[in-house]
Design a protein. Structure first.
Length: 269
């Protein structure tokens, strides 16, 4: 998001945090995610509600007319405030409501003591999708309708995952809004980590790390980024040795494979 949209999201986030007693979190999450999905499907409505030249009161009134009888007070007030806000681009409006819906779900998970588990489940599912090209294509749309993609997610998760994880993944596969599925999943993982003011670092290694190695790598990354680090480790024998660390869009490749490739390139120039 550009600065205008980021500022709008932050303001909505502050307003929402003050409106979420425990019993409202699950409802607010479900309803905000539903509105994000609606705006993802209805391009004309999305364009109208995000139009910076349109009257803010008129846009809030449109939200009341369309959704007033379908949303609880927290989700309705948040959607109304979002319609009044200024957005850098129309797509940022559903993206912001999705982020707020996910954050409400993470707040509920934190209250229930399951946030660590939810974050781990989301990360493992995202790595499954990244590693399986056919699954990635299937969940990205194509010939399989939304209902089929949601059913596939349920089959893959079974009864092992938390209801929070299941609800968030069902939402994502049903409302990609032009995004790559791995991008949408990574966003959820990052939002879960941000709940504890952490940064997510994904380390790909040739062999499992010992507890001491994980602790040392986590400490180094925490010093580099100046924040607590949530380290997620994936084992991939193809890297041969060393480690690849990804933090957001930054990738640090210290693997043997990378060094061999650099040497090969040097000798073939």
């Amino acid at each position: 998001m550009l600065s205008t949209s980021r500022a709008a999201l932050e303001q909505l986030r502050e307003q929402l945090q003050g409106r979420l007693p425990g019993e409202d979190r699950a409802t607010a999450s479900r309803e905000l995610l539903a509105v994000a999905a609606l705006l993802g499907r209805e391009t004309a409505l999305r364009a109208t509600l995000s139009d910076p030249s349109a009257d803010a009161d008129a846009k809030a009134g449109l939200v009341d007319a369309l959704l007033g009888g379908r949303l609880g007070p927290v989700a309705l007030d948040t959607t109304r405030a979002a319609a009044r806000s200024r957005w850098s681009r129309a797509a940022d409006l559903p993206d912001a409501l999705e982020a707020l819906g996910a954050e409400a779900a993470f707040a509920e998970a934190e209250s229930a003591g399951t946030l660590d588990r939810v974050e781990e489940e989301l990360f493992r599912f995202s790595r499954l999708v990244v590693g399986e090209a056919q699954l990635r294509r299937t969940l990205s749309g194509g010939t399989l309708p939304v209902e089929g993609r949601v059913a596939l997610v349920r089959d893959l998760l079974g009864s092992r995952s938390t209801p929070t994880t299941t609800a968030l993944l069902e939402h994502v596969v049903g409302s990609l809004r032009g995004r790559r599925i791995e991008e949408a999943l990574d966003t959820l993982v990052e939002l879960a980590a941000a709940r504890r003011s952490e940064v997510v670092a994904e380390a790909t290694v040739a062999a499992p790390l010992t507890a001491e190695q994980e602790a040392r790598l986590t400490a180094v990354l925490a010093r580099i980024y100046g924040r607590a680090v949530r380290l997620q480790v994936e084992v991939d024998p193809s890297v041969l040795g060393g480690v690849v660390v990804r933090v957001g869009d930054e990738v640090v490749d210290g693997t043997v494979l990378h060094r061999l490739d650099q040497a090969r390139r040097a000798f073939t120039r």
